[in-house]
Design a protein around this ligand. Structure first.
Ligand code: B12
Ligand code: SF4
Length: 462
């Protein structure tokens, strides 16, 4: 049975969707076929309409993040109206805001959590002409009733899942634009950050098996070899939130990677989980850049509001250690956090000056539905009535009595300049020009030659 899969990537970030890649591989391995609508390169609702018409598919599956809900509603309404298609929403948003999603008139089915088996079973049942309303992980509307089926056990051996389908997208085009190829080594994060979906996932999947899981390093090596045979790339990006969390896993991964590949790679690390040996293993195996979350420079705010327990001292130690081992670093920061004052933001700026990361990312806090901080914002009337923006660099859905939405946007725009002006004045001016004109650059993004984009990216990371 055919399904049209939609990647409503409004951020236009040239990065593949591994989630849909996994769903597609599994479905295809079980005899179904998938066509793909990719909004990374732009387009409107018509793009999906045309694909459904052309393929004759009766099922349309969308992978939905919270900032993409309105666009996905538009697409879903059109394909229902024109073709009477069965509309399935999967991905992070329906998984953590399930009741509100299934209540939407244009959504027939939602997938809560992992979608490989659920999608395949759904297509098999539709192919037989009888919608099975009991498929685990799916909430299904039928005859005015909603069947909220239980969550199935989490896939415990990730090596059993086929590699994500790379033919779904024009993978080489993605690589040329972003300079990198994305892979994921595991699923699930054990931490409790109150702005993140992971603690909610931990509740949803309680009793369904080990939550934090890693593929074997051998399986990753096989996937990279396979990618090497098919595509040209000079950097790898492991997109896991917490790539380095298990030192025993890292001890196996690092020598294997070093033995087989000479390709520099980038990954994320959670600071508390890093020890000197971790930095050494990363450096020795070819890691070129390490990305670490700070979020706020105010220790009490970070601990009490964000539920991130690391100290500033530990953060400084981690960045210093990374630099000692010759790794480039990126710091992740957030502004507009509930209870955050301008003095707290000054502390984040000062901490970044001390850390001297090779590059800095600063986003605006978003109250993603289903997270702990969403409830606090709602209770305190801090939601400004705007939908969650599709990009956390553009806007925010919160406002506070002491800090308005407009002020938060302004603070974000000036943040990197304020860090850099004292340590690298020339870079600070270039970065300021970019940050003040971010929306303009965003609109022009697809017209900027990839060489120029890559040069800019390299400059920001220098
Ligand atoms: C890798 C990653 C990225 C990468 C790649 C994104 C991508 N398109 O895949 C990059 C760096 C580009 C990125 C960008 C952004 N990201 Co991001 N990202 C992640 C991360 C760390 C892992 C995602 C992943 O690949 N997981 C592995 C795959 C296998 O799992 P999965 O995607 O959930 O898919 C499974 C199921 O959900 C389901 N499924 C998925 N889609 C569908 C569709 C159907 C029809 C069905 C049936 C099932 C199904 O089946 C899949 C296989 O089991 C998550 C954290 C997380 N825990 O999810 C954040 C996360 C998804 N990102 C987030 C955000 C906010 C963003 C940005 C909006 C940030 C921004 N710039 O403003 C952009 C949006 C870009 C976009 N439109 O895709 C938030 C989303 C919050 C929310 N409620 O929407 C998350 C959850 C992080 C967080 N801290 O909360 N991200
Ligand atoms: S460490 Fe990252 S993925 Fe894990 S809970 Fe915190 S923000 Fe979420």
């Amino acid at each position: 049975m055919e399904i049209v899969l939609v990647y409503p990537n409004l951020t236009r970030l040239e990065r593949v969707t591994l989630g849909l890649g996994y769903v597609a591989s599994y479905a295809q391995q079980n005899g179904h076929s998938c066509s793909f609508v990719d909004y990374t390169w732009g387009g409107g609702v018509e793009k999906t309409v045309d694909k459904v018409r052309e393929s004759g598919a009766k099922v349309v599956g969308l992978s939905v993040k919270s900032g993409e809900v309105d666009f996905c509603i538009e697409i879903s309404r059109r394909v229902k109206a024109e073709f009477g298609a069965t509309v399935v929403w999967g991905g992070v948003h329906p998984s953590i805001d399930s009741e509100a999603t299934i209540a939407l008139d244009c959504v027939d089915i939602i997938c809560v959590g992992e979608g490989e088996e659920a999608t395949t079973e759904l297509l098999t049942s539709l192919e037989k002409g009888e919608l099975d309303t009991t498929i685990p992980n799916l909430w299904i509307k039928k005859d005015g009733q909603i069947h909220r089926n239980p969550i199935r056990d989490l896939q415990q051996n990730l090596d059993d899942i086929p590699f994500p389908d790379r033919d779904l997208h024009d993978t080489q085009h993605y690589i040329e634009e972003s300079g990198t190829v994305d892979l994921i080594a595991g699923r699930g994060c054990p931490y409790q950050c109150s702005y993140c979906v992971e603690p909610t996932y931990q509740d949803v999947f309680k009793g369904k098996g080990q939550f934090v899981r890693y593929r074997s390093p051998e399986s990753l090596m096989d996937e990279i070899s396979d990618l090497q045979k098919r595509f040209k790339f000079s950097n790898i990006n492991f997109v896991d939130d917490v790539f380095t969390i298990d030192i025993r896993w890292l001890r196996k991964f690092a020598p294997l990677y070093k033995k087989y590949f000479k390709i520099p790679y980038t990954c994320n690390a959670r600071i508390e989980a890093m020890r000197e040996e971790s930095f050494q293993l990363l450096r020795d195996s070819g890691c070129s850049s390490l990305e670490m979350g700070i979020e706020s420079g105010s220790e009490p705010l970070r601990r009490k509001v964000l539920e991130r327990k690391m100290t500033n001292e530990r953060i400084i130690e981690a960045f210093d250690m990374a630099h000692k081992y010759g790794l480039k670093t990126m710091s992740f920061n957030m502004v507009g956090i509930p209870y955050e004052t301008k003095a707290d933001i000054d502390q984040t700026i000062k901490l970044n000056r001390r850390l001297k990361p090779s590059s800095i990312q600063v986003s605006m806090f978003q109250p993603y539905p289903g997270t702990g901080l969403f409830d606090i914002c709602e209770k305190n009337n801090w939601l400004n009535g705007k939908p969650i923006p599709f990009s956390y660099f553009m806007d925010t859905a919160v406002t506070y009595p002491h800090l308005s939405t407009a002020e938060i946007i302004k603070i974000r725009r000036w943040f990197r300049f304020n860090v850099l002006r004292k340590i690298d004045p020339i870079k600070s001016l270039v970065v300021l020009f970019y940050d003040l004109n971010y929306e303009r650059f965003f609109k022009l993004w697809s017209f900027i030659p990839s060489k120029v984009k890559k040069m800019a990216l390299a400059f920001f990371k220098s």
